[in-house]
Design a protein around this ligand. Structure first.
Ligand code: ADP
Ligand code: MG
Length: 242
């Protein structure tokens, strides 16, 4: 579903991604971790063309992301993205946050979009809050709205960039629970997170980045098996967060 092949990217003379190659198969959950500044956000943003890259190739469901002819709004509507800071539209109600792009980008009728929104809000446990504005919700609730909004576009894959790291600790699990359910339903997911409990529970593979490079790309069990870890850097990182 997502193929990242030999991708390199520079900011001026600073190389932020160095020959990154990995993939996410349909229905697969890949967790991306690594120290701050290692390029995780940049890598995940290249997948739906929020960040350009200079070398290599990324193909999402057969669409070449770097190709100048690619219809980027269409690509982005197929790949849902959830950020650390929820990035909801503050001046729109929860319902309007969920229906806007369905109507504008997918051309759905208002009733159809609202019906879909209600189903998704029910699924993330927020049906009673549909007329509220984002500022009236807790961080955990806002992030669940953000996930529901991304799902309203019927994405073929979901990208998450540290979706729980800005939340108060007591709200982390309500967001992770929604993500665990999504994973169990077979959603294709690429998730930047340091929540190793989540990784253990639902990840198929773990990618570890350091200094713009993919240092480890292994199946989940191998990643958490200390004797199987190949890089000293990953071992050190894990010893700090586990
Ligand atoms: P991570 O998500 O792993 O913390 P990022 O992908 O955000 O890492 O950033 C990787 C590196 O690229 C960092 O050193 C960061 O300072 C640098 N960087 C990120 N965005 C920019 C930018 N717009 N211009 C210059 N450097 C940037
Ligand atoms: Mg980041």
């Amino acid at each position: 579903m997502i193929e990242i092949k030999h991708v390199s990217k520079w900011y001026g003379s600073f190389q932020v991604l160095a020959d990154c190659t990995t993939s996410v198969a349909k229905g697969e959950v890949v967790v991306v971790c690594g120290p701050s500044g290692s390029g995780k956000s940049t890598l995940i943003k290249t997948v739906n063309a929020l960040e350009p890259f200079q070398e290599g190739e990324i193909v999402v469901d057969g669409i070449s992301v770097g190709d100048a002819k690619t219809d980027l709004p269409k690509l982005r509507s197929k790949v849902g993205m959830v950020f650390q800071h929820f990035e909801l539209f503050p001046h729109l109600s929860v319902m309007d946050n969920l229906t806007l792009a369905q109507v504008k980008v997918l051309g759905r009728g208002k009733d159809e979009a609202a019906e879909r929104a209600r189903k998704l809000l029910d699924r993330v446990g927020l049906k009673a809050h549909q007329e509220k504005f984002p500022g009236q919700l807790s961080g955990g609730q806002q992030q669940r709205v953000a996930i529901a909004r991304a799902l309203s576009m019927d994405p073929i894959a979901m990208l998450f960039d540290e979706p729980t790291s800005a939340l108060d600790p007591e709200m982390v699990n309500e967001v992770l629970d929604v993500m665990v359910d999504l994973a169990k339903e077979g959603m294709t997911m690429m998730v930047v997170t340091h929540e190793m409990g989540f990784a253990r529970k639902v990840a198929h593979r773990v990618v570890f980045m350091d200094g713009g490079k993919i240092v480890e790309d292994t199946d989940k069990d191998a990643f958490f098996d200390p004797s199987a870890l190949r890089s000293e850097r990953a071992r050190h990182f894990l010893s700090k967060i586990l």
